[in-house]
Design a protein around this ligand. Structure first.
Ligand code: C5P
Length: 308
């Protein structure tokens, strides 16, 4: 993730992510779950811009939020401590020992409660942007420490490339030589809270050991992707949260059925849902599938690709 200067303003683009693989290894004493996941950023972005002055000319801190369009299903993101951008900006200011200043404007396009990591990506963008705009000069490693305190996925977005993430998700190992995957993502109108999906896993009827995949499966997936063999990769992709998410949001199952009829290389839930994606054979195949999915009217449809 990086910030770009535009006149006296700064801009950062915050990508969404897909979990190409997600295994839950167990519950931790801190209440979180131990994960092994392969995350890929995709070309679907929120945009965060910093201006030195607000519209009224004040250089005090302000935060504004714009839904990108009515079709993005997003209608709320509070401009206060409940918002991760707000918290990221304040955590950096506190660490650097100075008051936050200037105006942050977040234009939101990534659906929320979708497992697409939008809030976490916005937080990473806010750290990078404020670090540049306020000329703080923290290293990426120092910013990643702050990132981990904001949320499990935030350090992944700081790294800004496909990565295997472990621990809560905050231990990031970037992976190189990944192919560009053409994907179609559907974000249902009904979202799923991450905490809620993980709580389902703790219910007595779920046996975490049952779904456990083991390290060889992830290694096979990485190897298949490096070779560019999508057919082989499809055999190793998995998401251990999919059954839990389906029980919370039944439309996930319907999406699985429709994607299965579209000739995708692979299809599954991303993160804790509710968004569902398919890896398509080509950009053309993705566009054709997206038209079918849009007519099914199950949620917002995005035709995009991984950033590698
Ligand atoms: O870290 P983050 O704020 O994104 O996590 C949201 C919630 O998801 C946590 O409060 C926790 O309930 C759950 N979670 C978990 N194990 C993880 C990551 C998240 O149980 N590895």
């Amino acid at each position: 993730m990086y910030a770009r200067r535009i006149g006296d303003a700064w801009e950062a683009l915050a990508p969404a992510k897909l979990n190409l693989y997600l295994d839950v290894l167990g519950r931790r004493p801190d209440g979180f779950h131990e994960l092994e996941t392969l995350l890929a950023p995709i070309r679907l972005y929120d945009r965060l811009v910093w201006h030195p002055h607000d519209i009224d000319g004040s250089a005090e801190f302000s935060f504004r939020y714009h839904p990108f369009s009515a079709t993005t299903l997003v209608d709320q993101a509070p401009p206060d401590e409940r918002n991760l951008v707000w918290r990221a900006v304040h955590s950096l200011a506190a660490a650097a020992g100075r008051p936050p200043h200037g105006s942050f404007v977040l234009t939101k396009r990534i659906p929320i409660q979708a497992g697409l990591g939008g809030g976490s990506s916005d937080a990473a963008a806010a750290l990078v942007l404020a670090n540049a705009a306020w000329n703080i000069g923290y290293s990426p490693a120092r910013l990643s420490d702050l990132a981990a305190q904001l949320g499990s996925d935030v350090p992944f977005f700081m790294a800004g490339q496909t990565a295997v993430c472990r621990g809560r998700g905050e231990r990031v190992a970037p992976v190189d030589s990944m192919p560009r995957l053409n994907v179609v993502v559907v974000a249902p109108r009904e979202g799923i809270s991450t905490a809620g999906a993980f709580r389902e896993l703790d219910a007595p009827e779920w046996n975490p050991a049952e779904g456990r995949q083991g390290h060889t499966r992830l290694a096979q997936l990485l190897e298949s992707l490096r070779r560019g063999s999508l057919t082989s990769a499809a055999r190793w992709m998995t998401n251990a949260l999919q059954a839990a998410a389906t029980s919370l949001c039944p439309v996930v199952e319907r999406l699985g059925t429709i994607f299965a009829s579209l000739g995708c290389c692979a299809h599954q839930l991303t993160g804790s849902g509710s968004a569902y994606f398919g890896v398509m054979r080509s950009a053309r195949h993705a566009r054709r599938a997206a038209a079918v999915l849009a007519s099914a009217n199950l949620g917002a449809v995005f035709t995009t690709a991984t950033c590698r």
